[in-house]
Ligand binder design. Structure first.
Ligand code: HEM
Length: 503
């Protein structure tokens, strides 16, 4: 079991660096502890006396002694002292992920986001060209079509002009379909059929992983193996793997048996006739062919990671942006007028030039992601040596670290006295503050350009047609009751009302 004992001396919103331990135990060690409690506890405490010594020098806030209380403090914590240098140092130098990632690995395998550094370096190198600006740009037309389908489906389902509803299932279906089409190259119509087995499985595994993280007794492999959750995970894994495995097999066959690699290089579509760009999978097969060939299993792992990392996170970002626009009608009108002036009376689909031109849209999305980062905190782990932070704090070796993105993004030392206010115009000037929503350093979010594009397209598609209505916020500091599982999310699943715009 883990708990957070100490908070960094120089901690503040930006550097909520916590030590994750109970008597210095790490997760895998706690399993053994269950079996051999006393002998191990004594030997372990002795071995980790340096850890305890350093921990004592890191002050704790009141209430940080329980697992959940402390986790909440660490992710959403805010107090006075600022030290972004510490955060930047950690994110650049501590690239290993915390042991909690093993829960993801059990299902997804050793793909980039969860992998140990030794595997991650090679995979990240392979992924970088697949996320080039040119490739991301080539997805705009697909995403714009899906944005249009999203706005149409809301009307078909009678959601427009009929009071408050949760927009979550719609935006989640949009991001799922969008990532399925761009990552795998298949059109899965989640908006009309949310029960496609693969899409269900993606949602299920996210819930199962979140569930195992909070049920600390299931951290023991022994107890977990006999739990219902384990059985559910095995069933979902089969559904989760079947579609990517089938597509990978078909693409490989198309590429090698029919000798179509040349065609792929010339940007023609092998799978899914009539598409105007290749999927991430196409690019990965091609890129991995040029260097070290990824096995089918490795390809599946990377594709699944994109789907898991890119679905809920982008949907959460769309949800918060819409709720904020409902709370701030003046900002919404400014955005609407900007979009209207740009498109005039045309209802043509949005393209990449439009995205470049709609500058206020990009500011609104960025500001929403700053105040409500879908991933409010990230975990890292100190290596086998102590980490000496610029502020003078020494983190014991192998310490689990939680960095609060929420705190970084709301740090008054960086963002000034209006740090908590919703003000998209703060991005009209060049910002010197550290924007952490997609993390920093070599292990940051590789999909951030894709994500911004996808969120902007969804928001523009809705705002072009509808007015988002909700209770206006009384002040400039928005409050949205939120909960945290793997992502942060509004407790009411993003309830809004929509009214049709009449030009
Ligand atoms: C608004 C949406 C998104 C947010 C807020 C977000 C945020 C993040 C964050 C905070 C990390 C962790 C970085 C770290 O540990 O330092 C991450 C990693 C990652 N994200 Fe995203 N992400 C989003 C969308 C996406 C999308 C759409 C994709 C793929 C198409 C994606 C792919 C990844 C991958 C592959 C990693 C692992 C990077 C690595 O370890 O090398 N993300 N993301």
């Amino acid at each position: 079991m883990w708990s957070l004992l100490r908070k960094s001396k120089h901690s503040h919103a930006a550097t909520d660096i916590w030590r994750w331990e109970v008597s210095g135990l790490h997760a895998h060690q706690s399993d053994r502890m269950l079996r051999e409690p006393f002998a191990l506890a004594i030997s372990h405490t002795y071995k980790r006396r340096r850890v305890h010594e350093l921990a004592k020098k890191i002050p704790s806030p009141p209430g940080a002694s329980s697992v959940f209380g402390a986790l909440k403090y660490s992710l959403l914590g805010k107090d006075s002292v600022s030290d972004r240098d510490d955060v930047e140092y950690i994110l650049k130098n501590c690239l290993e992920k915390e042991n909690v990632m093993r829960f993801f690995r059990e299902i997804i395998g050793n793909a980039g986001i969860f992998a140990p550094v030794s595997t991650w370096i090679h995979r990240r190198k392979m992924l970088i060209p697949a996320f080039s600006p040119k490739i991301i740009k080539s997805f705009v037309s697909k995403q714009a079509r899906q944005g249009l389908e999203l706005s149409e489906q809301l009307e078909i389902d009678g959601r427009v002009g009929s009071g408050e509803f949760s927009i979550w299932p719609y935006i989640n279906a949009y991001t799922l379909s969008s990532i399925a089409e761009t990552a795998l190259g298949v059109k899965l119509d989640a908006l009309r059929d949310p029960n496609i087995p693969f899409l269900r499985a993606v949602q299920d595994v996210l819930c199962f992983i979140a569930s195992r993280i909070v049920k600390v007794w299931l951290w023991s492999e022994f107890i977990y193996k006999f739990s219902n959750l384990h059985a559910d995970v095995q069933t979902s894994k089969t559904s989760l793997y079947s579609l990517p495995d089938k597509i990978i097999k078909e693409k490989r066959e198309a590429l090698y048996n029919n000798n179509k690699m040349k065609n792929l290089r010339e940007k023609q579509t092998i799978y899914g006739q009539g598409q105007d760009s290749n999927s991430f999978l196409d690019h990965l097969i091609m890129l991995s062919e040029e260097e070290n060939r990824l096995t089918d299993e490795e390809l599946r792992e990377e594709i699944l990671v994109m789907m898991l990392a890119g679905t809920d996170s982008s949907a959460v970002a769309i949800g918060y942006t819409l709720v904020l626009l409902a709370k701030y009608p003046v900002i919404q009108e400014k955005l609407y007028n900007d979009i209207k002036n740009h498109f005039g009376n045309s209802d043509r689909p949005l393209n990449s030039d439009d995205l470049m031109a709609l500058e206020y849209l990009s500011r609104v999305v960025k500001e929403s992601l700053r105040l409500f980062p879908p991933v409010p905190g990230i975990t890292r782990k100190a290596g086998d040596k102590e980490v000496h932070l610029p502020s003078g704090i020494i983190l014991p070796r192998e310490t689990g670290i939680v960095v609060s993105i929420w705190g970084m993004n709301r740090d008054p030392k960086q963002w000034g006295p209006t740090a908590d206010c919703f003000d998209p115009d703060r991005f009209s000037d060049k910002q010197t503050a550290t924007y952490a929503s997609f993390s920093l350093g070599p292990r940051n979010c590789i999909g951030y350009k894709y994500a911004l594009q996808s969120v902007q397209i969804a928001v523009a598609s809705i705002i072009r047609r509808y007015k988002v209505v909700g209770e206006p916020e009384k002040g400039s500091v928005p409050t949205i009751d939120s909960t945290f599982s793997i992502m942060m999310r509004a407790k009411d699943d993003f309830k809004i009302a929509l009214e049709k715009r009449h030009n």
